[in-house]
Each structure stands twice: as structure tokens, then as C-alpha cells.
Design a protein around this ligand. Structure first.
Ligand SMILES: [Zn+2]
Length: 297
């Protein structure tokens, strides 16, 4: 795989140049002995203003398909390969409770993946559209999930353009962290959104117990590696976010944060410890994911 390394010293979300190096990240799973593995590394920085964690330089593959044109079975857990009627249900009911728009609601899923959220939107009576840059994920969504090819485009946010103020709801679920310039994509999404419309973003947290435990283990052993982000191997995360990243970004892009929520599905630790670990995660605010609802002013 060929990469171009793009320098990145200012924070993509808040614009600050004030950051510190937190360690190195290898181009493969690191395991217990990353210093004994052969490969290339990038530096991981943490923004001192908002806590965003990001790669510097950012490794950009020659083609996005180098990363994402892999078999759907390899990238997605098998639970995603069959539509579950509970998918995105609580999120859509929250949206309906706070959105006082027209009766016909147009929604866009950016990074539609296998089409699960588009199906959930359709089941709730929304007019669902989507963008999916990976050819193999797009084919699965159209051929296996039955998503209409007239409503799903095999394109990136950068390539696509909709008319201004077309949508009531835009979703970026497990997508924002994969984008090389999330701030630019958010600006574009906001331009496609109606005034008062909502954007849902689900991202990995920059401060999660899973990562903190592994980083602590590396630190104790005197290694300058960290487990944050994965810009050169699956799941190809370029960024990890904090609530503050969105608070600072809301001032630049002029939106209101309606709600943020922290979520943890499962840690690396044995399930038997969940009754102790989950309350600990809540107290220390070290959940794996952050969900944010934004409203266009
Ligand atoms: Zn920042």
C-alpha cells in the first residue's frame, strides 16, 4: 500500500496549534510488544485545547479503496449483515421528539455502510438517501439489503453535492473518525441541512478505558507507543474525539449541541467483570463512544 504523508499540526476540530505528542502508532495491530514489530509508524498528537487525538503526519492511501474495498465479511461483524429492526430505533425516536419539521422527512446517511440505517429510516417512514464510497459495501447495500440504487451513491462527501438545505436529518454513524478532514465534511453536511435540521454523529472517544489501560501498560514497560487511532490498519480511525471538540467546533461552524451521550458496548476485559467495570467507566467518563446531536442555527 502506498501512502502520502500529510503534515497536520493544527487541530481539525478547534483549529488550535497547541498540542502534545502522546506516542507512536504502528501500521498494524500492536499487541504486547509493538517495539519488536517491523513496520512504519506515525505520531499521535493530542490537542491541548479540545483533547482531539489525531495522526501527524496523516497517512493518506493512494485510493480510498486501498482501505475500504475489502469483503464485507472481513470489515463488518456478522450482526450487521442482516437487518435488525431495532437498528437506530431509539435515535430515530429521539429525532422525532425534538424535530418539528414537515411531515415528509428527508434524511441522508453519510457512509451508509451496508445500508442498515437507511433501512431503519425507511421503516420509520423517512425518505432515506445515502453515500457510500466503498464499492463492496455499496454493492452489498444494493444487492443484499435491497437499498434502491437511485437513493444510494457510490461516492464520497467530497465528490458529492446536493442542493443547499435539502435534508431534515443527516447521520454520520461510525464515519466521522474515518474522514481526513471531518471539519470540512461537517461544513458541507451543514450546508445540505435545512435550518433547524439535525445531524447525528457517533464517534470513538479520545478518552476510553480500553485505550487508557493499554497505554498504561506500554508506559509501565517504558514504550512510547499508544493504542489510540489506527490510520493504517482496520478500522482505519484517523481521529478520536471529546465533547469539547464539538463544543469548540460549534462556535466555528455555528450550530447548537442538542445532546451528547457516552456509550460503551463491551470492553477488552472479560464480560464477567462488567458489573464492576461499567459503573467505573461512568464515574471516570471513559466510555468508548460519544454520540452527538447537532442542530443547524
Ligand atoms: Zn482541538
Amino acid at each position: 500500500m502506498k501512502y502520502t504523508f500529510l503534515p497536520s499540526t493544527s487541530c481539525n476540530m478547534c483549529g488550535s496549534d497547541d498540542h502534545r505528542v502522546i506516542g507512536k502508532r504502528l501500521n498494524q495491530s500492536q499487541g504486547y510488544n509493538p517495539h519488536k514489530k517491523i513496520g512504519i509508524t506515525t505520531t499521535v498528537l493530542k490537542c491541548k485545547n479540545c483533547g482531539l487525538k489525531f495522526a501527524s503526519p496523516i497517512p493518506i492511501p493512494e485510493s480510498l479503496n486501498d482501505h475500504y474495498d475489502m469483503s464485507t465479511q472481513k470489515y463488518f461483524d456478522k450482526t450487521f449483515q442482516k437487518f435488525d429492526p431495532n437498528t437506530f430505533k431509539s435515535e430515530l425516536s429521539y429525532f422525532k421528539s425534538i424535530y418539528k419539521g414537515t411531515t415528509s422527512i428527508k434524511a441522508l446517511d453519510i457512509g451508509a455502510g451496508l445500508g442498515n440505517i437507511m433501512k431503519a429510516m425507511e421503516a420509520e417512514g423517512l425518505e432515506a438517501y445515502g453515500l457510500e464510497p466503498s464499492k463492496s459495501f455499496y454493492n452489498f447495500a444494493v444487492n443484499t439489503m435491497g437499498i434502491s440504487s437511485e437513493r444510494l451513491w457510490n461516492q464520497t462527501t467530497e465528490e458529492m453535492d446536493f442542493e443547499k438545505e435539502s435534508f431534515d436529518l443527516i447521520v454520520l454513524s461510525a464515519v466521522f473518525e474515518h474522514l481526513y478532514d471531518p471539519n470540512k465534511a461537517l461544513k458541507k453536511a451543514l450546508s445540505w441541512l435545512k435550518k433547524g435540521g439535525l445531524i447525528y454523529i457517533g464517534v470513538p472517544s479520545a478518552h476510553s478505558l480500553n485505550q487508557e489501560l493499554i497505554n498504561l501498560m506500554y508506559k509501565i514497560r517504558g514504550l512510547d507507543y499508544v493504542s489510540n487511532i489506527s490510520p493504517m490498519h482496520p478500522p482505519f480511525h484517523i481521529y478520536e474525539f471529546t465533547e469539547k471538540s464539538f463544543q469548540k467546533n460549534s462556535l466555528l461552524n455555528k450550530y447548537t449541541i442538542e445532546k451528547t451521550e457516552r456509550v460503551t458496548y463491551q470492553t477488552y476485559l472479560p464480560k464477567i467483570l462488567n458489573s464492576i467495570i461499567f459503573p467505573f467507566i461512568k464515574i471516570t467518563k471513559t466510555d468508548m463512544n460519544i454520540m452527538v446531536w447537532l442542530r443547524k442555527n
